[in-house]
Design a protein around this ligand. Structure first.
Ligand code: AMP
Length: 114
């Protein structure tokens, strides 16, 4: 079953896309939690971090490279930012297509809410 992010990759639903290459896509989160909140996803549909395979190493490394590139273009690289991948219920994952959150533009406070 495809998630909503597969539909964004297929351009079946709109998104504010900020970066795309053959392995990954990045777009602005629809409910931003910080002035900059961008999701970076592999195009291959990996439901959670638990399903990552060795063959995904390149795409998942690309997520971090792209995050750093976008952070620079959004002007938040120097001040800093946070990268998050949530997994399953305890991680608070809502969309089951692995994604990395890039959050910044303000001080983000402690790493975890209580
Ligand atoms: P997570 O809790 O890690 O699964 O995060 C899912 C994220 O996807 C949330 O921050 C949502 O606001 C975001 N989201 C859900 N639907 C869309 C959409 N159609 N376009 C952009 N972001 C979305």
């Amino acid at each position: 079953m495809s998630s909503i992010f597969a539909k964004i990759i297929a351009r079946e639903i709109p998104a504010d896309i900020v970066y795309e290459d053959e392995l990954v896509l990045a777009f602005r989160d629809i409910a931003p939690q910080a002035p900059v909140h961008i999701l970076i996803i592999p195009k291959r549909e990996i439901p959670t971090a638990n399903e990552v395979r060795p063959a995904d190493e390149t795409a998942l490394g690309r997520l971090v490279l792209v995050a750093a590139k976008i952070a620079a273009s959004e002007g938040i690289a120097e001040d800093g930012y946070r990268l998050i991948i949530n997994c399953n219920e305890h991680g608070g994952q809502e969309v089951f297509h692995l994604h990395m959150h890039l959050l910044g533009g303000r001080s983000l406070g402690p790493m975890l809410a209580k």
